[in-house]
Design a protein around this ligand. Structure first.
Ligand code: ATP
Ligand code: HSE
Length: 319
């Protein structure tokens, strides 16, 4: 459930009055998502998403995110823009939180992707990377290699309360990545969180890519690795699906291209991707009160992925 901030109807109406967007018909809190509060807003003429930024999103980063959405939408990608009010303002304040009224895109998130859907996602990611080649926005990746070291230190000994010896396993992985991280590969602004719940699909077509709030400048192929970790396993990190992986990589390769250096580095990139989600989930696991409305995500689902990438021969990854 993700509605942290309640927005009274009167405040919703006052917000809509700033736009040429019709009058309020209904507003419903959206259960999915964990980071921000989201409402589905229907007016007499449109449907919107109202997002109130909470928790991890730093207000200082919002201009970067909003210009990124505009850049990708301008290039024809299925990315929702934050609407401008009659004064040209995108970023509003609603119930005391920074907020945006965002275009609604049709589509559903799949839970068991088919190879065709994984292929379409690879194509969408490749097109996004192509479109980002001339995007000048700058945001450092707080959840890149340095961030993992810091987050592991903040979790500290408590990691072992999640699973025996998890702290040692994380340290071993950080040491491996310190020696093997392919930081010399091409960088770009990347989505960095392209999980199935952030891709809207109609049949086998991608109708929307959402939730850019972890986007940052990083090794570009790391984004492919993040997507690989997110799309090619069962939720619990078991059951790697080679066909899905091969389809995802083929789609990306057709739309943008994965170089031989990026392929060679893929196991290390995928280990870094798995560690990123293991650590953020571990932190949330340790710091979310048991009675919170948000369902904590299982960190061990990414420990299983990490073990898989450590042990897999590169040819098994669908590259
Ligand atoms: N532009 C959009 N068009 C249609 N539906 C959307 C749009 N933006 C968000 N949604 C819906 O709202 C849900 C939550 O959005 P989102 O994933 O951005 O939330 P979040 O709390 O920021 O996310 P997360 O926990 O994934 O980091 C999505 O699963 C989707 O169903
Ligand atoms: N996609 C992430 C949540 C956002 O960081 C996860 O599943 O852990």
């Amino acid at each position: 459930m993700a509605v942290y901030t309640h927005v009274p109807a009167e405040e919703m109406e006052a917000l809509l009055a700033r736009y040429d967007a019709g009058t309020l018909v209904s507003a419903k809190g959206i259960a999915e998502g964990v980071e921000n509060s989201n409402y589905l807003v229907d007016t007499s003429s449109h449907r919107f998403i109202l997002t109130l930024y909470e928790k991890r999103v730093d207000v200082a980063d919002l201009p970067f995110f909003l210009s990124l959405l505009d850049h990708l939408a301008d290039k024809g990608l299925p990315v929702p823009r934050a609407l401008r009010d009659r004064q040209g303002v995108q970023l509003q304040t609603v119930s005391g939180r920074p907020a945006c009224l965002i275009e609604f895109l049709n589509g559903v998130s799949v839970t068991h992707p088919t190879p065709a859907q994984a292929h379409a996602t690879g194509v969408a990611l490749g097109r996004m990377h192509a479109a980002l080649a001339d995007f000048g926005g700058q945001r450092a990746n707080a959840l890149g290699p340095d961030g993992w070291v810091a987050l592991a230190a903040r979790c500290g000994d408590d990691l072992d309360a999640i699973a025996p010896s998890l702290k040692a396993r994380v340290s071993e992985e950080l040491a491996y990545l310190a020696d093997n991280w392919p930081g010399e590969l091409p960088h770009s602004v990347v989505h960095a969180d392209l999980f199935p719940d952030n891709v809207l699909m109609l049949g086998d077509e991608v109708s929307g890519v959402i939730d850019f709030y972890f986007a940052a400048r990083e090794v570009r192929a790391w984004d492919v690795a993040v997507t690989h970790t997110a799309w090619c396993f069962e939720n619990d990190g078991t059951g790697f699906d080679h066909n899905r992986a091969a389809a995802l990589i083929a789609g990306y390769d057709a739309a943008f291209g994965l170089s031989s250096a990026e392929r060679a580095a893929f196991p290390a990139l995928a280990r870094g991707a798995s560690l990123r989600f293991l650590l953020t989930r571990a932190w949330d696991w340790l710091n979310t009160p048991a009675d919170a409305l948000v369902t904590r995500k299982d960190p061990l689902a990414f420990l299983r992925r990490l073990d898989f990438y450590r042990d897999a021969v590169p040819g098994a990854l669908g590259l």
